[in-house]
Design a protein around this ligand. Structure first.
Ligand code: FMN
Length: 401
């Protein structure tokens, strides 16, 4: 049975959620599931904005049929040719013989790479800024390349002022009836998933997101309909401000995140000692993470939130303990910038971890590394405790200053 919600009399959400998938892109754990959104506009012509993932294909096709209410589908707008939004294309082409695919040149190249179906006479190739009339609704296409694939575009419906934003403004998290952001407690229940999605999926492309925000700055947007997560029709600034911060790699909060790796508990001991000293010094926006226990995507998400990060790890075969090395590689891959960093190393005979961590941090832009690197030789002793307390003072001053 179909499950749909109306965004307006003419626009219907026809997507669905997957609560069984354990990892998005077979990579990122999604304990809250994920939604695949698709939207139908019914006017003199009918237009579907993107399709959905194979996991929800049957329900999605039922939803489209119900929303069409017996009418044919005229246009399928392909804002994004990533497979999690494309599983319905072939089925819809077969079902509706006059259906035309609407995309840009790159979209259609990607289509032919993924599928063998000939599209002779069944495509409309649009240019940046071009419009397509459906009757009283008019679609305008804005190319937003590399947010986060090259063919990505957003479609703006002019009469209702709705932006169909592709993966931009999307999130992990299945929908549970409440489709609209104003129907949920966003800060409590959704913001961490939005942040982790942005940081890990889109984070590398901050410049391109800034370009897209600038391109859309003059457009009067009343509603945002992304391909994952919630639909926004109120308080759009809450989301736009986050996107502006994240895409400029600016921290959201004056906060300290301590990430440690530890085999035998001594580096962990140092992390705990530092955290307590920071709390004593009045820094309470503070979190401690064992990198062997959390997924690296959670650490990246916290780095996008926090102004200060502490990296604490043992030396391992003359290098960096592997979970910390993974985090540092991801920080580079996702373009992390503009953070203050403190380093703690451990080693039983030749500690080199801090030097190696520092070299990788130095590859990032606008990172400020505190001078007081602490070296532990196996277990924390009085002298290292003193060093850790001094480091806590330096971090506290930097946070509060
Ligand atoms: C496989 C392995 C390789 C290590 N390589 C080094 C090394 O190259 N240099 C060094 O000083 N210590 C090395 N260590 C020792 C650890 O860095 C050291 O014991 C540290 O105190 C462990 O911290 P933890 O208690 O937080 O796990 C190695 C330990 C292991 C298990």
């Amino acid at each position: 049975m179909h499950v749909i919600r109306h965004i307006s009399p003419a626009i219907t959400w026809v997507g669905g959620s997957d609560r069984r998938l354990s990892r998005f892109e077979n990579l990122f754990p999604i304990p809250h599931g994920v939604s695949y959104n698709s939207y139908l506009i019914s006017d003199q012509k009918t237009a579907l904005l993107d399709t959905a993932d194979a996991s929800i294909l049957q329900r999605f096709l039922e939803n489209v049929s119900a929303a069409l209410d017996g009418r044919p589908l005229d246009y399928l707008i392909l804002n994004h040719m990533e497979p999690d939004h494309c599983a319905g294309i072939v089925a819809l082409l077969e079902r509706f013989p006059n259906l035309q695919l609407v995309g840009n040149a790159k979209t259609l190249t990607l289509f032919s790479q993924f599928y063998d179906l000939p599209l002779d006479g069944r495509t409309i190739t649009v240019q940046d800024g071009q419009t397509l009339s459906l009757g009283s609704h008019t679609l305008q296409f804005f190319f937003t390349p590399m947010v986060h694939w090259p063919e990505v575009m957003m479609t703006y419906e002019q009469s209702e002022k709705v932006l169909f934003s592709a993966d931009t403004f999307g999130s992990f998290g299945a929908l549970g009836g409440t489709l609209f952001a104003d129907e949920v407690d966003f800060a409590r229940d959704w913001l961490p998933d939005y942040r982790r999605y942005y940081a890990n999926i889109v984070g590398k492309y901050g410049v391109q997101v800034q370009n897209a925000l600038k391109k859309l700055a003059a457009v009067d947007i009343q509603t945002i309909c992304p391909l994952h997560g919630l639909v926004w029709r109120k308080d759009l600034n809450v989301l736009l401000e986050k996107y502006d911060l994240w895409s400029r790699y600016q921290p959201e909060e004056k906060a300290v995140a301590i990430f440690y790796g530890s085999m035998y508990g001594d580096t962990e001991n140092a992390a705990d000692l530092l955290a307590c000293a920071l709390a004593d010094a009045g820094v309470h926006n503070l979190a401690v993470y064992d990198l062997s226990e959390i997924h690296v995507s959670e650490a990246i998400s916290e780095i996008f939130r926090c102004s200060h990060i502490v990296l604490a790890a043992p030396t391992y075969n003359n290098g960096i303990y592997p979970p910390m090395l993974t985090l540092l590689h991801d920080m580079k891959a996702l373009n992390v910038q503009n953070r203050t960093v403190a380093l703690i190393e451990n080693g039983s005979w030749a500690p080199t971890c801090a030097k190696n961590m520092r070299a990788l941090v130095d590859e990032l832009k606008n990172m400020s590394v505190l001078e007081q690197t602490v070296t532990i030789r196996s277990a924390v002793k009085d002298a290292t405790r003193t060093d850790l307390l001094a480091l806590a003072q330096a971090i506290a001053q930097s946070v509060q200053g």
